[in-house]
Design a binder for this molecule. Structure first.
Ligand code: HEC
Ligand code: HEC
Length: 372
């Protein structure tokens, strides 16, 4: 062998040796992966289930693993064999059976999903609630023509005339050919679905009057609102404060409320001047905020408002704003005047948003001008 090549031999050998352990590791990892990855599995989805009921899936049998695999669940719980249902992750072995369970949505025609993962393989189980009362054609028409826009903004006035007027006046962009082509009979079906066909669990919108010039660190109580438009008890919950039903004690614990009951909310105002404290009350999926603004310090700076945060919290769910976001379905607020829809500070609301203070309205308008 030429002396020049001999010099490379140790180099080549060590390179070969370096590669060897690498090969061995790959093989072990590969074998583990085979033993711990179960065969694909699937649940049978259920439809027409009773709203709010507990729904349990069919059992599936774990196969294809030689060692234990990690089992975890989201959106529900699971049970191995005849064990208790749990939401905590654990280990599952070949041949065991697994079922998942969840509470169906409290609304009609709503889907609830549970996802089970075992050794990295996942499957979902869904239940969809049925319609009570009317339904049929009206439900199909509603889901086809209205739900895309109204799912987060329930239709308030459920009459044929209101639907027709909204379409004729191009309310929120409703003047499309598809909506104009709907016949009176079809609109009547939608009315029947929305009135008789739902479970009466979405209350009418409600609003609180927001006080300004509130003393620092003081307990502030809102006006009472009366729950209307529901035929069944619905969930009530609060963030950023507490609520009281009727003359009951104020609580932060979620509960239920029935039609005709009155509710008020309460919080402690900020310890700083010109600062908002916000309480959000949610009843059957419909929310309203109660905001107190503390007094301006004597001779102090004018109230400051974080307009960008306010926009994100209160408006961005429906609107879009120039380059700030693009997702909403309502008009682009770029360079618009917030007082156009909030003409009276502290009193008026706009699509369930507000009331806003004068400082908030002007800060939002100023913010809309700065966003390109
Ligand atoms: C392209 C989106 C879109 C579609 C599709 C749509 N709407 Fe609307 N609708 C809106 C918006 C936006 C408003 C304005 C909300 C407001 O001002 O409170 C609105 C307002 C209304 C109003 C008046 C306000 C109220 O809630 O009483 C009615 C009634 C209404 N829609 C019914 C319907 C019905 C029924 C359908 C299906 C046949 C439908 N809409 C389809 C977007 C839509
Ligand atoms: C629940 C949905 C929703 C929310 C939340 C909402 N808006 Fe609107 N807004 C709309 C719709 C829909 C329209 C169009 C009204 C129509 O034509 O009926 C509108 C119209 C407006 C307009 C008039 C636009 C124009 O072209 O003249 C302004 C201004 C406005 N909104 C400001 C706000 C501000 C500020 C906020 C937050 C503090 C807000 N909106 C929150 C749905 C919403």
């Amino acid at each position: 062998m030429n002396k020049r090549y001999v010099a490379y031999v140790p180099l080549l050998l060590s390179a070969f040796l370096l590669v060897l352990p690498g090969c061995g590791d790959d093989k072990t990892e590969y074998e583990n992966a085979v033993g711990a990855t179960p065969a694909k599995f699937a649940f049978t989805n259920q439809s027409g289930v009773e709203p709010g009921s507990t729904v349990t899936s069919n059992p599936i049998t774990v196969s294809g693993i030689t060692i234990g695999a990690r089992i975890s669940v989201t959106g529900g719980s699971y049970s191995i064999g005849t064990g208790l249902f749990t939401a905590s992750a654990d280990t599952v072995y070949n041949g065991q059976t697994v079922r998942v369970r969840h509470t169906a949505s409290a609304s009609s025609n709503a889907t609830t999903t549970t996802k089970l993962t075992m050794g990295g393989v996942s499957a979902t189980f869904t239940s969809t609630t049925g319609t009570t009362g009317a339904g049929g054609e009206g439900q199909t028409l509603y889901l086809t023509y209205c739900n895309s826009c109204h799912s987060g903004m329930p239709v308030k006035t459920k009459t044929i005339e209101a639907f027709q007027t909204a379409i004729d006046t191009n309310k929120g962009g409703m003047g499309t050919d598809a909506l104009k082509a709907l016949t009176t009979d079809q609109l009547a079906s939608i009315v029947s679905y929305l009135t008789g066909g739902n479970t009466g669990t979405t209350p009418d919108a409600f609003t609180f009057t927001s006080p300004t010039d509130v003393a620092l660190s003081t307990i502030v109580t809102s006006n009472s609102i009366t729950v209307s438009g529901i035929t069944a008890a619905v969930p009530i919950s609060v963030t950023g404060g507490s609520y009281s039903i009727g003359t009951g004690a104020f609580t932060t614990t979620a509960g239920t409320v029935t039609n005709g009951q009155t509710v008020k909310v309460q919080h402690t105002s900020s310890a700083s001047n010109s600062t908002n404290t916000v309480t959000t009350l949610t009843i059957g999926g419909v929310s309203a905020t109660f905001t107190s603004t503390t007094v301006t310090a004597a001779g102090g700076p004018p109230p400051t408002v974080d307009a960008a945060a306010l926009y994100t919290n209160l408006c961005a769910g429906c609107h879009k704003l120039g380059s700030a976001d693009t997702s909403g379905f309502a008009p682009d607020l770029k360079a618009l005047d917030a007082s156009a829809v909030f003409p009276t500070p502290g009193v008026t609301t706009h699509n369930g948003t507000g009331p806003l203070t004068a400082a908030q309205i002007s800060a939002l308008t100023a913010y809309f001008l700065t966003v390109p």
